[in-house]
Design a protein around this ligand. Sequence first.
Ligand SMILES: Cc1ncc(COP(=O)(O)O)c(C=O)c1O
Length: 388
Amino acid sequence: MNIPIARTVFEESEYENIHKPLSSGWVVQGSFVKEFEEKWCTFTGTKNSIAVSNCTTALHLSLAALGISREDEVILPSFTWIATANSVEYLGAKPVLCDIDISTYNIDTSQIEKHITDRTKAIIPVHLFGLSSEMDRVNELASKYKLFVVEDAACGFGAQYNGMHVGNFGNTGCFSFHPRKAITTGEGGMITTNDNELAIQLRSMRDHGASISDHQRHLGSKPYLLPDFPYLGYNYRMTDIQASIGSTQMDRAESIHKKRSMVADKYNDLIKTISWLEKPFTGNNFEHGFQAYVCLFKPEEINMGNLNRISGMRNEFMDYLQTKGISTRPGTHAVHLLDYYRNKYGFKPENYPNSFIASECSIAFPLFPSLTDIEFEYISETIRNYKL
Ligand SMILES: Cc1ncc(COP(=O)(O)O)c(C=O)c1O
């Protein structure tokens, strides 16, 4: 067996639809991007969706549009993909890390307030692995201190909090279509916002700050007139080739979400029987999107004293699975352990103990809709047979 951590499978409908932009000759941002955006609005229940080149650019664009700049501080969890912090660095602002709640892997909302200073301008809660952050608490603090909220919903497809899809809680929500995500366009991203004015600005800024898009100009009566550029913008556009694939997948969005949840349910049943693995958090207010199925490798309570030993045991377990043809990964990394951030800000691993633990002791198992019963049985048997 050879079971990857994620398997990208395109269906016949994607192969059919991708021919449309190719044969029309219009391959840059155009009608397929618009269609993809409309379907994204319907699925997430947001007023505006703005497709961009990836989630990192979605985060950067959101912060830039909200006016984050030099000297500003932005609070984000220390356990997240580096892109969350990088998007703040690009603007010369300071990413201020906040530790996570080890049971959810999301920002520990009880620790946010102590990081707020006169310079704090925004919070980026990350809905890691498809579990929403506690958005009530985040938004309470945001309104108390007049802060912007940019949701990092890179993994957030299908994730709901109090019955509402993520991407509706902040000033913007930023999604990823990298192949490890539930919907993929190769590379790609989407910004959601319920603020119509901000949406206009974001649409312009993804396209060099142009007042109208190329597509609108070409469809109009005076395509020879170039637009004005009211904003400093970027080229963060998605192509129609990518959007044709994304839009087609949205036609089966519900079933993609359901299939991922079904695989997660099977893992939950399995992990219940394995005393040294802690299964992902579930709660009444949370609908999990299961971008990834991440457990904590926890044969005993983990602390700074035994962390190295337990992390070594986790790595041996991952090695065992690798030799059996089953791919695993750490959930993600801790930003404060990465060279660039360590060197720049002088972080020590123990500054954010839960993020340190999560980075060294978490383990993601293969999860994708096309995981077969035979493959799952094989994963179950192999995990059950492991002797600690
Ligand atoms: C939490 C988080 N934020 C941001 C990103 C960046 O997404 P992209 O690769 O689309 O730029 C990722 C990608 O994995 C992520 O996991």
